[in-house]
Design a protein around this ligand. Structure first.
Ligand code: SAH
Length: 249
């Protein structure tokens, strides 16, 4: 089969890494999993050696789907679909997500994961190493967006030679564990708007973005730069801005 660059197809060849991924998922009897971008099914087949109850696959390439249909296991259900848009929670139940992601759309898939966080307590993604590191530390709107809802753990680096064809970048496995303190944001689209605005020109002083009286209420130095703010501070500023808006009306 010819691999397609436009779909970011880099097959994970390393049995060791595949085993490590499956172990890290600590799959229990009754678990429901969703694999994104299963491709030729290398990881899929290994997942099926666990006691999982159901395995959903989302793959955009019909040629790959054709191959995947050869897997004979009642627990598998395949969707020919785009994972950046997919309504994940419509599958029902709580899901563990896993995937060796297509790197060109990895950020969009991460964003879609956060949007569907109410049914995703756990995710494990293979990403471009730089993207993984940036999500872990920030500063970026997406990093803060993700870390508002999930604790991130860097599992391991994975060298390019473990894939075929060999990607130009190094890879890393990143784990997402949903935070227990539940829903602190009602409207994540509104929160996203706030974050993208906040993190544009993030080297500027925070007072150029947020009203001074809000900064005073939050006890944040107005000369601090946006990139120096913790997730907790950003969340506090967001919530104060919301109440402030309502007060003004
Ligand atoms: N996990 C497989 C292949 C990873 S490569 C393995 O390790 O062997 C990335 C896979 O994601 C490819 O199969 C590609 O076709 C698929 N893909 C690319 N864009 C996608 C999208 N938007 N939604 C779902 N799958 C996608």
């Amino acid at each position: 089969m010819r691999l397609k660059k436009r779909y970011g197809q880099h097959i994970l060849l390393s049995k060791g890494v595949i085993k490590a991924i499956v172990e890290r998922l600590s799959i229990q009897e009754g678990d429901i999993l969703l694999e994104i971008g299963p491709g030729t099914g290398n990881l899929t087949r290994e997942l099926l050696n666990t006691p999982l109850k159901k395995l959903y696959l989302i793959e955009i390439d019909s040629q790959m789907v054709h191959e995947l249909k050869k897997i004979e296991d009642d627990r598998v259900e395949i969707f020919l679909a785009d994972a950046t848009q997919f309504d994940i929670c419509s599958l029902g139940g709580e899901l563990k997500l896993v995937g060796n992601l297509p790197y060109n759309v990895a950020s969009l898939i991460v964003e879609n994961t956060v949007i569907h966080r109410k049914c995703i307590p756990f995710a494990l993604f293979m990403l471009q190493k730089e993207v993984a590191q940036k999500l872990l530390k920030g500063p970026s709107w997406l990093s803060t967006f993700v870390r508002t809802f999930y604790d991130l753990n860097y599992v391991m680096s994975v060298p390019a030679r473990f894939f075929f064809p060999k990607p130009k970048v190094q890879s890393a496995l990143l784990e997402f564990v949903r935070k227990p303190d539940g829903e602190m944001i009602e409207d994540e689209k509104d929160y996203k708007r706030f974050l993208t605005k906040l993190y544009s020109m993030r080297r500027k002083a925070i007072k150029s973005k947020i009203e001074e009286d809000i900064l005073k209420m939050a006890n944040i130095d107005p000369l601090k730069r946006v990139e120096e703010l913790s997730v907790a501070h950003v969340l506090l500023l967001y919530n104060l801005s919301k109440t402030h808006e309502v007060d003004k009306k």
